[in-house]
Design a protein around this ligand. Structure first.
Ligand SMILES: NC(=O)C1=CN([C@@H]2O[C@H](COP(=O)(O)OP(=O)(O)OC[C@H]3O[C@@H](n4cnc5c(N)ncnc54)[C@H](O)[C@@H]3O)[C@@H](O)[C@H]2O)C=CC1
Ligand SMILES: O=C([O-])CC(=O)C(=O)O
Length: 334
């Protein structure tokens, strides 16, 4: 399924020492994400790039006694290429966050070109890296990265991910609140995309199939619009940063576990997916098994209720447009 664009042969052997590069490392997400990656023992080189304060954040974090060397870079002196050279995993939280009243799509005009340019640098300096996109709107920024990599003949769909893990975290937490359970034991698969109605939690696949309809509807709505809660609460000072850093670190850790050849590493992510390609949906989030070459297997959605099926149908309509917007942006602004 990946043969069409896999214009290079990418193949890896498992290791336990990895270079991780974070682009946008001095931001609200970038700083705590950098800290959490410094605590990951598979990371031996941590590269922090930002337009400002990259070196400062790196120096601060470098005092933590874990087995990694931290380096910080800014745009001067080819900082971006040095930050990316030899990277195994690139995490991208660069870009502007929402303010109250905005949708994630309202960030497109600013973030599309930031992500496009960072993707070009990845193509040039670390074409074999696993790239994890956090910058919003994820439904469009992931296709932007794919188009850039295709244009440079280095697209490997097994190694491109939109990070949707925060939806999974929220789903566990919010479900546990209505069910009166420990969130640590609640595992909810969330599929589709990463904005409003494209976020589809599969509650029927948990132990809580029979929630009262009102409770169920409110729960689904809260998971879909959880990001807005944080945007409102921060009153113009940004969106989720700390919970997102935790989500990003969890996803990056899963990617590293996969690269290291560990078994049964499964997380949902927004990826180049065969699930609905025949309906024109090129990217879709579902559970993926991660391995030494990135994605090893993309899981199907499993059994769905009528309500979930309807949500998926609605999500697909929006996703097609969001994906097309990203693809067209790169075509018109290469
Ligand atoms: N995928 C997800 O679930 C989530 C995604 N986000 C998104 O993550 C992005 C970042 O959010 P925050 O960290 O709160 O924003 P922030 O404004 O606090 O930090 C962004 C950082 O990116 C840097 N930056 C901007 N352009 C850059 C470039 N060309 N190269 C390198 N660095 C650059 C800025 O200097 C800044 O330090 C936003 O687009 C936000 O919507 C936020 C929460 C969850
Ligand atoms: O809501 C936002 O703009 C940030 C985000 O993606 C989230 O918190 O899920």
């Amino acid at each position: 399924m990946f043969a069409k664009f896999a214009t290079r042969q990418f193949s890896s052997t498992a290791s336990s020492a990895y270079k991780v590069s974070i682009l946008g490392a001095a931001g609200g997400i970038g700083q705590p994400l950098s800290l959490l990656m410094k605590l990951n023992h598979k990371v031996t080189k941590l590269s922090l790039y930002d337009l400002r304060l990259g070196a400062g954040v790196a120096t601060d974090i470098s005092h933590i006694p874990t087995n990694s060397v931290v380096k910080g870079y800014g745009p001067e002196d080819n900082g971006l290429s040095k930050a990316l050279e030899g990277a195994d995993v690139v995490l991208i939280p660069a870009g502007v966050p929402r303010k109250p009243g905005m949708t994630r799509d309202d960030l497109f005009n600013t973030n599309a070109s930031i992500v496009r340019d960072l993707a070009k640098a990845c193509a040039d300096h670390c074409p074999n890296a696993a790239i994890c996109v956090i910058s919003n709107p994820v439904n469009s920024t992931v296709p932007i990265v794919a188009e850039v990599l295709k244009s440079k003949n280095v697209y490997n769909p097994k190694k491109l991910f939109g990070v949707t893990t925060l939806d999974v975290l929220r789903a566990s937490r919010f479900l546990s609140e209505v069910a009166g359970t420990n969130p640590v034991h609640e595992h909810v698969t969330v599929v589709g995309g990463h904005s409003g109605i494209t976020i589809v939690p599969l509650i029927s696949q948990t132990n809580h199939k029979n929630l009262p309809k009102e409770t169920y509807d409110a729960l689904v709505h809260r998971i879909q619009f959880g990001g807005d809660e944080v945007v409102q609460a921060k009153g113009g000072a940004g969106s989720a940063t700390l919970s997102m850093a935790q989500a990003g670190a969890r996803f990056a850790s899963a990617v590293l576990d996969g690269l290291a050849g560990e078994k049964d590493v499964v997380e949902p992510a927004f990826v180049d997916s065969p699930l609905f390609k025949n309906e024109g949906v090129e990217f879709f989030s579902s559970k993926v098994t991660l391995g030494v070459d990135g994605i090893k297997h993309i899981h199907g959605l499993g059994e769905l209720t009528n309500a979930e099926q309807e949500m998926i149908n609605t999500a697909k309509e929006t996703l097609v447009k969001n994906i097309e917007k990203g693809v067209n942006f790169v075509k018109q602004n290469p």
